[in-house]
Structure formats: structure tokens, C-alpha cells
Design a protein around this ligand. Sequence first.
Ligand SMILES: [Zn+2]
Ligand SMILES: [Zn+2]
Length: 248
Amino acid sequence: MQNFELTNKSSHGLVCPECGNTNLRATPLEGPDGERFVRVWCRDCDERGFFEITELPENADLEDWPAETVGTLQHEWREWHQWKNRHLHPPPRWPGPVERWLGRLLIAGILGVALLLVVDRIQLFGVILEDEIVRQQHIEDYRQQLLRAPCLSPALLRTLRNVPIRYTRERAVHGNFIQYGEAGVYWGEEQIKIHRSNFWFFGTPKTGQLVDTLIHEARHRTSPALGHSVRFHLLVNRDTECVLNQWE
Ligand SMILES: [Zn+2]
Ligand SMILES: [Zn+2]
């Protein structure tokens, strides 16, 4: 095994990938089975490398090495240097803690919404949770508050006082429309029906919606000739707004 030292003082040839200087030492080595190696060392920053090369130049001066050999060595040293740095200073891992928490939050949100939808369906079939009596009581409370509000015409108040208002669990979706209530007047029913779409999942009334529905259906019964005309909506909106302004 031969072991001698090559030096390279000029800027020609090999460059240290760490500091860019050319003050290097290169030591060619020969293995027991004729493998050729070269050990390189930067005198300025102590960066080192050890590489197998196909051909060991005969002359001892690194400057006189074939450009191809120096180029290969330079390439391998640079690759090694980059690989080493990547593993010594790995980039921050993704996802980081914040992203991971955001992910969990998102999943929890999706599960929550899915659960509410399932509960909603279950309620529709009346298996659990939906308490019709409580909802009917809410409707009665709302009726009483509407009667007390100084907003509605005597005719509308008469309707609200005299017509039965019933909570119904009937399917409230017709085509693409959500149905909130039925006046009944157009097909001769002596009652107003209030659909479950006026309530939140667990039975709390959607205040604005339920007030609007009650006034809407009471107006149909009071002034059936108006239909869904512009005048009808003006009246309903005016009354609803007035009532909601002083809702307790
Ligand atoms: Zn260096
Ligand atoms: Zn209507």
C-alpha cells in the first residue's frame, strides 16, 4: 500500500465545499485488492472526505491531476458534503405541531357536523331525543309573547288567539324547499302546523325563524286572498321586525 501526500496551494483544481478555499491536502491510498481511494482534507476549515476513485494519478501534484479526475472528486465531495449537512441539520418536519392540531380540529369539526346530521335524521324518525311536548310548549310561549307585543293588528291577534297551532314532525322538505309552517287555510284545515325546521337540533327554537313562521302562517289565515304577494311579504316582514325588536 502506498501512502503519500499531495498538496494543492493554488486556486486551480479542487475546492473545499464547506469554505471554498483551495488550501487542501489530498492523500491517495491503495487498498489490498488494488482499490484506489483518496482522502481529502481542508486545512482551513477541517472539512474532510474519503472517496474511491477509478484511477490513481501517477504524479504527486494535485494540480497536475487530469481535469476529469479532479472533476469527479469535486462532484463526490460536494455531494457528500450536502448529504452530511442534510442529515446533520434536517429541515423542520411537516406537519409541525400547529398543523397537526389544526388537522385534529378539522377532523373533530367534521365528525361533529356528521353527528349532528345523524342525530337530526334520528330525530326525524322519532327514535330518540325529540320531545314534542317541550316543542309544543315553546310554540305556546311564543304565541303568548306575540299576543303581548304591541305590533300586530287586531285581526292577526284574533287569528293567533283562536287558531290551534300544532307542532308537527312531518317531513318538512318539499322538493328543494324547506317548509317551516302550514297555514292550512287553503285546504280547509282548522290549524296552523309548525315544522321542526323552526327548531335547532336539540329542541331550542330558532327565535327569528319561529316568530317569522307564526306571523307568516297567521297572516295567511287572516288575509288568505293575499297569497304570497308583495303586499303579503311586506306585512309579514313589518310585523316580524317589530316583534323581534322587543323580543325578551
Ligand atoms: Zn474548507
Ligand atoms: Zn306562506
